[in-house]
Design a protein around this ligand. Sequence first.
Ligand code: NAP
Ligand code: GCO
Length: 264
Amino acid sequence: MNPFDLTDKVALVTGASYGIGYAIASGFAKAGATIVFNDINQALVNKGLAAYKADGINAYGYVCDVTNEKQVNDFVAQVEKEVGSIDILVNNAGIIKRIPMHEMSAAEFRQVIDIDLNGPFIVSKAVLPSMMKKNAGKIINICSMMSELGRETVSAYAAAKGGLKMLTKNIASEYGEYNIQCNGIGPGYIATPQTAPLREIQPDGSRHPFDQFIIAKTPAARWGTPDDLIGPAVFLASNASDFVNGHVLYVDGGILAYIGKQPK
Ligand code: NAP
Ligand code: GCO
């Protein structure tokens, strides 16, 4: 038996029209899973459906805002009716706002917390009953370097991702007896639209200072790609990780282990 096989599993990846969610969902499909994803509007869902189709993946796409509990409950009920009960949930949907804390409004702070922390709570709560009934389930929360570290301008995001690490541990603690494993993936700095502003080429043609900083802070001396997350995600979604629970697997090229390269 291949412990990494996801055949006959239904996997929901939130916010997976592109970026990290898309890569993880595509990897799940290649491991045999049926893919369900949502995004915030129909245009994005259509974009995702076209991309999955181009990759030979017959995905199911739905419009759903993860912060809206009624939308989420209706969405999960519709998936269970049209596709099947959800075996694997990846709470991927997320945003970041890079604003100095003393300039950030409470509304901006709340919006990040709502999507990045309340969203995973709402969606996890919606899928838990069917997982409990089956006495099996996998929940994977996409955490961050900011689940462990802070930096200027990302106070709301770090608070949300730090909270998501603890929500991960609590779901693992509360539902482990139902053979439900809840773990996190903590990506390092990954080249997606979310980090594009940090990699912009400067007017003089040089690399963005933050780009240079991250290269110096990463032993692998490169940004990660969404595909770097596929193997870790398949591992945590499969029977290969049935005794792994409450763990955050950092996929960061070694950033958290490294003091950083001495400037020349
Ligand atoms: P991304 O490119 O911005 O994609 C995020 C996706 O989530 C987008 O499709 C976005 O839709 C969707 N989304 C936003 N708000 C939503 C809501 N309320 N309901 C449903 N969908 C919503 O981000 P990414 O870089 O792929 O990151 C994906 C996840 O990994 C996020 O949780 C992020 O915090 C985390 N992460 C990223 C990195 C990195 O370096 N990129 C590293 C660590 C962790 P819109 O297009 O409308 O925004
Ligand atoms: C930032 C980046 C990071 C990454 C990621 C790192 O502004 O520092 O966006 O937050 O998105 O979360 O793990």
